[in-house]
Design a protein around this ligand. Structure first.
Ligand SMILES: Cc1cc2nc3c(=O)[nH]c(=O)nc-3n(C[C@H](O)[C@H](O)[C@H](O)COP(=O)(O)OP(=O)(O)OC[C@H]3O[C@@H](n4cnc5c(N)ncnc54)[C@H](O)[C@@H]3O)c2cc1C
Length: 311
């Protein structure tokens, strides 16, 4: 690993690149769980040509990469991430493309915080993303996992997305060419989402605002939003609530190391201090086992577990 690290450092020190480059960057600084070992290299390109250039180098040098949004739906293992982590931090523009009496069409860059989009819509009286209030992370991450709540899903407002494929080619896709499901999309892990076009419906500002406030109030009452977590750990099995199943299996408040099953919402696991990914995974296994014993249901993870095992 040491040799591979030196090779990566040499490649990136020479490469013509506008943006941030950090070596052995601790991923716990980039995840809402505050867990995760170092990325061999962390890159945040400032513009499209730097991104393209970097993608070419990664391919040529056969360096694996992982695309990071806000890091709010991932668990990074304690061994960190092999190769490069690409951050879209500098891609966060919202632009009005067109509008008529009824609708507005926006272009939104992938690194835009989802809550900036929700607030922008609220301030302007654009309806369509009210139920996404309080979901942290970026628009790119929300598209990739089709984030949603209160009957709203990211896919419902998408018209097209622009991606950079594994060859570095940029292509715009109508969203009817992409499959979306419950917290899932068919977008390949090697495709980088650059931006999306979305359509929202014009509405009265006070109506949009009232819906947003109501959803946020309900979310705050049920979820530990201010504590370090990655949101729901498991997907809801069809017709059932994963949180309720975990609660009924007696797991609320269960703790391994510094990872605890939230007492407010049992499908949220909280980092109580110095939690490790291995403790988190052990707690997931224990909860899965107990739920299976109690109800016969096998829970499936909603969070994505990434990175290497060994430190
Ligand atoms: C307190 C809390 C509450 C939450 N509530 C909800 C909720 O109500 N509903 C819900 O659906 N989720 C919820 N989540 C989970 C999470 O916020 C969402 O899944 C969010 O959309 C993830 O976005 P992100 O930018 O953080 O993605 P990340 O966690 O960084 O990444 C998630 C996946 O998206 C990929 N990805 C990210 N950006 C790009 C890109 N530009 N191109 C290609 N791939 C990309 C990553 O590679 C990874 O596979 C919650 C999380 C927390 C912490």
């Amino acid at each position: 690993m040491k040799n591979e690290n030196s090779r990566i450092q040499e490649i990136f020190s020479k490469c013509n690149f506008r943006g941030e480059v950090k070596f052995m960057e601790p991923m716990n600084d980039h995840t809402s769980l505050r867990i995760g070992g170092p990325a061999d290299v962390f890159v945040a390109p400032h513009d499209l040509s730097s991104l393209k250039n970097m993608k070419r180098i990664l391919k040529q040098e056969q360096i694996p990469f992982f695309t990071l949004g806000g890091g709010t739906n991932i668990l990074v293992r304690d061994g960190g991430i092999e190769g490069a982590v690409i951050s879209f931090h500098s891609f966060r523009k919202i632009e009005v493309l067109s509008e008529d009496e009824e609708y507005v069409r926006l272009s939104v860059e992938a690194g835009t915080p989802l809550q900036r989009l929700v607030n922008f819509s609220k301030e302007n009286g654009y309806s369509g993303v009210e139920g996404l209030v309080g979901i942290p992370g970026t628009v790119g991450g929300a598209i990739c996992g089709n984030a949603g709540a209160f009957g709203y899903e990211m896919k419902d407002v998408l018209v097209s997305i622009t991606i950079m494929d594994s060859e570095g080619e940029v292509e715009k896709f109508d969203t009817n060419r992409i499959d979306f499901g419950y917290r899932w999309s068919s977008i390949l892990p090697t495709d980088l989402i650059l931006s999306a076009e979305i359509t929202l419906k014009k509405d009265k500002k006070e109506d949009v605002s009232a819906k947003v406030e109501d959803f946020l109030k309900r979310k705050r009452e049920k979820q530990p939003l201010s504590e370090p977590s990655a949101g729901c750990v498991f997907k809801n099995p069809p017709g059932l609530s994963a949180g309720r199943l975990i609660d009924e299996s007696g797991c609320k408040g269960m703790r391994i190391g510094d990872v605890e099953v939230s007492t407010l919402h049992a499908n949220f696991f909280i980092n109580r201090g110095k939690a490790t990914a291995s403790d988190f995974i052990r707690l997931m296994e224990e909860v899965t086992y107990r739920v299976k014993e109690k109800s016969g249901v096998i829970l499936e993870p909603e969070i994505k577990i990434v990175g290497r095992n060994e430190v």
